[in-house]
Design a protein around this ligand. Sequence first.
Ligand code: PEP
Length: 282
Amino acid sequence: MSNFNQLSLKLELNEILGDRKLENRPKIVAGNWKMHANLKDSQALIEDVGRFAKADANCKVIIIPPFTHIFPLSLIVEKNHYPLVMGAQNMYYEDKGAYTGEISPLMLVDLDIKYVLIGHSERRQLFNESNQIVNRKLQKALSHNLTPILCVGESLDEREAGLTDQVVKRQIVASLSTIDRESLANKFIVAYEPVWAIGTGQVCQANEANRVINLIRFTLSQHFKTKDNDTLFGDSIPILYGGSVKGSNAKELAVQPDIDGALVGGSSLIAPDFCEIIKAFS
Ligand code: PEP
């Protein structure tokens, strides 16, 4: 069998089997606080989550508050040695300049931020972020050694029209069009977030979320495959599910072989619920 046929067979098997523990991917739970919580409430929240998170837990916990809270919350994390890391909800694709209201990746680096959400559906829908803009932001984040969490997912109309796979594949391929696989090594996370499940209480069925995440792995492997290299790139990338994850549904998502963690909105503002989610993925 030729190398090419072997690779195709392996990729097909991947799609069918789903459970591929070829790579030891980290577990990650990220809390996107969006534009919620004043400083006082956010300090109490991070204390509650910080006390719960275990330093030796098998799960990385990323807290993604509004920009204005990042620095004061980082001080609390540092002072108490909480096993939490901070992330940002967005960044601009230029380093500096006359861009009123934008945040430079260098400003995130200055605060020792390692993670940044790119292409969240609220940015795409409410602020017209196209795949091209997402691509520029990804490129810029990577160039500064930030780890982007690339968000992809279909709308309700797209799902109902049977376009889920097509939309998600296009978002992945277009966002990564100018990016090489070496620059993503160990600093790239994807979050599959069906838009219809975000903030609606309507969680995607766990096996369906797993199927789409498996497709994302396949798409990444296909996109980055090289002639002489049959390793499955998609298997090395942590991929999270996001969309109405709660303490009560986290376990069924956590047991799925392709789901490496959760990107959590609403429930990340409720310490007991968020801690329950961390427990499910630990
Ligand atoms: C999100 O904002 O990324 C999200 C998944 O929100 P929620 O958990 O509230 O659906």
